[in-house]
Design a protein around this ligand. Sequence first.
Ligand SMILES: Nc1nc2c(ncn2[C@@H]2O[C@H](COP(=O)(O)OP(=O)(O)OP(=O)(O)O)[C@@H](O)[C@H]2O)c(=O)[nH]1
Ligand SMILES: [Mg+2]
Length: 197
Amino acid sequence: MWFCVNKSSDESFLDYSNRLIDIMLESDGFSTSDRYPQLISFVGKTGEGKSTVIKMLIGREKAKIGGTKSFPAPVNGLTDDLISTSGDVHLYADPATHHEKHPVLLADCEGLGGGQNVPRAKEHQSMYAVKCLFPRILYTFSDVIVFVVQEPRTFQSDVLVNLVEWAYSSIENAVNQLVLPHLIITLNRTDNAINEE
Ligand SMILES: Nc1nc2c(ncn2[C@@H]2O[C@H](COP(=O)(O)OP(=O)(O)OP(=O)(O)O)[C@@H](O)[C@H]2O)c(=O)[nH]1
Ligand SMILES: [Mg+2]
């Protein structure tokens, strides 16, 4: 877990771990003070395949570089499971750039829509955190946002509306966002069958 929203009595608060620092220390081949990571954040509805895509990318890059070092990768959920498997934002290192000056980090955000149900990994996840807080934080700090979507027809209602809202709130509230993130829309799990008509 990188960060999450925890509840104590009736108050919610943002909690975070040392995951970012740990990844940076572990990969410190340069020992330079101007070494900083690039963040790629994966967002989208529950079950669209965010964790699967990250896992695939990490596996592919690891196979390319070889070696015995293990790189943690996300656990994907059950097929057509509407309950989110994770209740937090998790951070993973990209094997290919791990020791470079600007290592790429991959953030796996709990699925939008999963917050309506109780996430498996966390019982007290607030829907606000999942739908609004996590994506807004990630939008503000990310170099690239990858929006994973299964159904292209829901682009406007699922993707565009959310992105415009996060962008608006990020621009309104962030004082140090010098560069806006790039956006990649990933169509996952599409039907390969070609409609002849
Ligand atoms: N057939 C098929 N199944 C896929 C594909 N991508 C993901 N899945 C399956 O869909 C299920 C959900 O995928 P996840 O990667 O866990 O989805 P997620 O977006 O991370 O979901 P949350 O973490 O719950 O928000 C898993 O069982 C995957 O194996 C795909 O391209 N094709
Ligand atoms: Mg996931």
